[in-house]
Design a binder for this molecule. Structure first.
Ligand code: 5RP
Length: 227
């Protein structure tokens, strides 16, 4: 079956991410790996080198399952400590390499694994690159009993919260997506939403943004670094 051009871009950035990390790998290296269709392309490309590194820490059960299918060992983050690199996709990424993530509901584990990584490489197709975050609805993972409270607080901040019905995160929590919520200052908004009681995490990744962006475009993969 022929791949769509967006799928081809995902494969191209996944391959570029493998090339980027190959010099970092040795038999002791444990790699942090994100969640989603672009991260899946990365896992499939990395599997070719599975004897050149030790294993991976997964940001979701879905990612752990895919790694195991490739016979790549999956480790508990608590037993690993600092990771040299974390590779993941994004729903949006701006020019400062701040992101919105969590479209796949894996945001909390993604943020934890990213926090433990020395280098965060974001892989995305060109449609994800934006001047201003917020076109993509911002996901918030909430403790279930706090869902309505958090939603009311989000309305006060100017957003339109929508409960992502039927979705339970790997941590047993629920997701609210905030629509119509353009974000001028991602660092400030990340901290403000973090301070709401009942919020587990949300999808603004600015305090720990990406260090490197590999962006798939029709004319090739562009590489950006955080300034
Ligand atoms: O944050 C995520 C999952 O929680 C993903 O990285 C994000 O949704 C991008 O996914 P895809 O690569 O499928 O477009």
């Amino acid at each position: 079956m022929a791949l769509s051009s967006q799928d081809q871009l995902k494969h191209a950035v996944a391959r570029a991410a493998v090339d980027e990390i190959l010099p970092m790998l040795d038999r002791q290296t444990v790699v942090g790996i994100g969640t989603g269709s672009t991260a899946n392309c990365f896992i499939d490309a990395l599997a070719e080198y599975r004897h050149d590194f030790d294993g991976a820490v997964a940001s979701s059960q879905a990612t752990a399952d895919r790694l195991k299918k490739h016979n790549i060992p999956v480790y508990d983050l608590n037993g690993v400590g600092t990771l040299p690199v974390y590779v993941d996709g994004a729903d949006e990424i701006n020019h400062q390499l701040h992101m919105i993530k969590g479209g796949g509901a894996a945001l909390t584990r993604e943020k934890i694994v990213a926090a433990c990584a020395q280098t965060f490489i974001c892989i995305a197709d060109g449609s994800k690159h934006v001047d201003r975050l917020g076109g993509f609805p911002l996901p918030i993972e909430v403790i279930p009993m706090a869902r309505s409270y958090v939603a009311r607080e989000i309305v006060k901040l100017g957003g339109d919260p929508v409960y992502r019905e039927g979705v339970v995160t790997d941590n047993g929590n629920q997701i609210i997506d905030i629509f119509n919520f353009m974000i001028d200052d991602p660092l400030d908004m990340e901290v403000r939403i973090n301070s709401l009681v009942g919020v587990v995490t949300h999808g603004i990744f600015a305090v720990r943004g990406a260090d490197i962006l590999l962006l798939g475009r029709e004319d090739g993969v562009a590489r950006y670094t955080a300034s």
